[in-house]
Design a protein around this ligand. Sequence first.
Ligand code: TYM
Length: 340
Amino acid sequence: MATTFTPRVFSGIQPSGGLTLGNYLGAIKRFVDMQADDFETIYCMVDLHAITVWQDPADLQKNTRELCAGFIASGIDPEQSILINQSQVPEHTQLGWIFNTVARMGWLNRMTQFKDKAGKNRENVSVGLFAYPALMAADILLYHATHVPVGEDQKQHLELTRDIAAKFNHDYGVDFFPLTEPVIEGTATRVMSLRDGSKKMSKSDPSDMSRINMTDDADTIAQKIRKARTDPEALPSEAAGLADRAEARNLVNIYAALDGKTVDQVLAEVGGKQFSEFKPMLSELAVEKLSPISGEMARLMEHPDEIDKILARGSERAREIAAPILKRTYEIVGMVGASS
Ligand code: TYM
């Protein structure tokens, strides 16, 4: 009989720069929605993933704390959810090594994120960047997580996580790791650049005008939206009318996600309007939703020691779940000393 697993949510974000509106709508806002009494929720600042590309140590520290502040300011309750930074729970790396031996070179070679990040520079990127998805599988499976909310760009990594779980179970003849469900839902699973509707909004884009940062002030948000690329047509009244209009679709998707509405609901209100009218509405909504979060982030960042305490406490709670799962993994694999 198949094992049943406790419903448990895990997800992570890299502290490799500031948080963007893409991270907020595609991930954090949905992490908040998944906090519920019948789900255990674990949210992680994946600092070990971040260093697969160079990070200045002082920036990494600041970005990790700022990310934690962003989680809390957005509504993640550190009592209800477990908040951790990955390096403080050494079981992640321990299971990650086991999964390096399960994952196949061919699987990792197919990862589009690796191909994008390595570009033409394959010989010169870190080994960690290549092995990245095996550590990500370890993040998830270390807690036997059943659900992982992420944006669209992480879909392939989650399929790989399932492949790793299935191969481990098969090779060792066990039914130990769950086949985790990706949760990729809502209108903002892929927020696009404000300058180019074919590119994802990203913290690593050289142009700051391409993204809204969670720390941007009201004037900056309004300026970026005003300058966002659009087309000359008026907005349609139904979603089908956005099919070939990537930039227009992106702004409507952002509006819908911020307002908690469907695209059709938004278009029922704004259909027929020109962008000169819609953009100020979007700016006003974005500022209304984001400025309380950035204000609270700034307040929390004045007390870094409090943030560190939250992460230390989260790690203790996380290790209580992780340690027995790692121990059992070692036993299954045949490591001497694992059972003592
Ligand atoms: P990262 O740090 O690139 O992004 C964190 C989360 O934000 C989502 N996201 C977006 N969603 C919509 N539109 C966008 N433009 C956008 N940009 C980013 C991402 O899909 C992601 O959900 N490999 C992961 C981190 C990770 C992880 C994990 C995630 C490590 N271990 C375990 C889940 C479970 C990453 O690089 O995310």
